[in-house]
Design a protein around this ligand. Structure first.
Ligand code: BTN
Length: 271
């Protein structure tokens, strides 16, 4: 069900005190994908910190070619353009940073205990609530940019999800029983993202890694990772500086994974 908290750039900006992002916010009724719009905006010379928000997406994209369900006026669908002065191998750090910002914002705004699942899912009560799609691009002058796309299932009802996703996907409304003011949550989220990004550029990744691990229940636990068709069992130990997941296998070997699908315990992940 659409809610009445329509996205409005000026209202969101009233609640922000931009350090690095959010001085310019563009709201669209419908986009193919806010990440695709961000690429177009970059070509047209967009500055760091531009925020693009859509009320609905016709081609919302998730990781690994999946579709991101984006019904009108129901979720938060936004992308932010960043141009951090960092080496390419450190770009995955931005995805971790965004995950920290989302989980902080959601938990503060709704008094829930959402959790991070590596590499970039936000789960509530074990089901997926939010996802992050980071993509790398360059401005026409060659300047590197990262596009952080964030989707939050806010006011989705079960009928908004395809049947096959229902066991794995949820929304804030489903979990809390209350409709969410999407505009207010978007402003809180952008505020967290802005402050974490500002601190990251000043102090580096250690604080982000610490917060990320505090918001995840997988460390010290047995996990299963499915990667390129193979299944790896082990205990999650920590994240390294490049955002890789370190796991210790039963024979004591330490592996650093840069991608994969994680599930707690020894079952294979399904979503
Ligand atoms: C995932 O978990 O698979 C990532 C989902 C990311 C969805 C967001 S919604 C806003 C932005 N635009 C997109 O097309 N995708 C991201």
């Amino acid at each position: 069900m659409p809610d009445s908290s329509r996205m409005d750039a000026e209202k969101i900006k009233k609640n922000l005190h931009p350090l690095r992002l959010g001085s310019k916010i563009l709201v669209f009724d419908t986009l193919d994908s806010t990440n695709d719009q961000a690429r177009r905006s970059l070509k047209e010379g967009a500055q760091e910190g531009l925020v693009l928000i859509a009320e609905s997406q016709t081609k919302g994209r998730g990781r690994m070619g999946r579709t991101w369900v984006s019904p009108p006026q129901t979720g938060i669908y936004l992308s932010v353009i960043l141009k951090p002065p960092i080496e390419p191998e450190h770009l995955p750090q931005l995805t971790l940073l965004a995950g920290v910002a989302v989980v902080q914002a959601v938990n503060k705004f709704t008094h829930t205990k959402a959790q991070l699942k590596w590499p970039n899912d936000i789960l509530l009560n074990g089901k997926k609530l939010s996802g992050i799609l980071s993509e790398y691009d360059a401005a026409p002058n060659g300047e590197k940019a990262v596009i952080i796309g964030i989707g939050v299932n806010a006011n989705h009802s079960p009928a908004d999800f395809p049947q096959e996703l229902l066991p794995f996907a949820t929304s804030l409304k489903i979990e809390t029983g209350q409709a969410i003011d999407r505009l207010a949550l978007a402003a809180v989220l952008l505020g967290h993202l802005d402050r974490e990004y500002h601190a990251y550029l000043k102090d580096g990744i250690p604080a982000i890694l610490k917060k990320w691990m505090q918001h995840s229940d997988m460390f010290g636990e047995k996990i299963t990772v499915t990667k390129a068709g193979s299944v790896i069992h082990g205990t999650a130990t920590k994240l390294d500086d490049n955002g890789r997941l370190l796991i210790r296998t039963a024979n004591g070997e330490e592996l650093a994974l840069d991608s994969g699908e994680v599930s707690l315990g020894s079952n294979s992940p399904k979503a």
